[in-house]
Ligand binder design. Structure first.
Ligand SMILES: [Zn+2]
Ligand SMILES: [Zn+2]
Ligand SMILES: [Zn+2]
Length: 181
């Protein structure tokens, strides 16, 4: 179990719906701009890591080159508390807002010769891949939380990553306990 001073809670699903830079909600009819950047994940090990994330239109405009003069903005304009971005994802020119093939969120990204569909996040991309493979999970209950495993391959044991990690940590703790003299 995690220390009570640092309760480890799962990321809310709505995290995908917040601007990574200003951390405000993208709103219901909003457009997300998919950008390359670095993020500082929550928790104790707060190292900056490369991450693609969605930002809001306001942050995207404030950080993009000036539309007429072409002048780039200072780095500060692209930096939030836990995220800083560099550029729109993709090598080509920005595509018009396109609904994410997974969740429908209107997403703006740069074009790419190999781009087959627009997705807003790794979560949506993974979900689609699972659907394509026909992964319906094992149908058996997850040994950690008891919910049926409905995604992934037929031999998937846990229903979500949080449960897999929890089981792993418990195993490690057991092993440590046995290793003690
Ligand atoms: Zn924002
Ligand atoms: Zn999506
Ligand atoms: Zn579970």
């Amino acid at each position: 179990m995690a220390s009570p001073h640092h309760p480890r809670k799962a990321l809310p699903a709505a995290a995908d719906r917040c601007c990574a830079q200003c951390e405000k909600s993208l709103g219901r009819a909003a457009v997300g701009y998919l950008v390359e950047g670095i993020a500082r994940p929550p928790g104790r090990r707060r190292r900056w890591q490369p991450r693609r994330a969605l930002i809001c239109r306001t942050c995207y405009r404030a950080g993009s080159a000036h539309p007429r003069s072409g002048l780039t903005r200072p780095q500060d304009a692209r930096r939030g508390r836990n995220f800083e971005w560099f550029a729109l994802v993709g090598r080509g020119t920005p595509l018009p807002p396109t609904p994410c093939a997974g969740c429908g969120l209107k997403t703006v990204r740069g074009g790419d010769p190999l781009l087959r569909r627009v997705t807003c996040s790794a979560a949506c991309r993974t979900a689609l891949t699972r659907v394509r493979r026909g992964g319906g999970g094992s149908g058996r209950p997850c040994p950690v939380c008891g919910r049926p495993v409905t995604t992934g391959r037929a031999d998937t044991l846990y229903d979500r990553a949080a449960c897999r990690q929890k089981a792993y940590r418990t195993r490690r703790k057991d092993e440590d306990a046995h290793a003690q003299p």
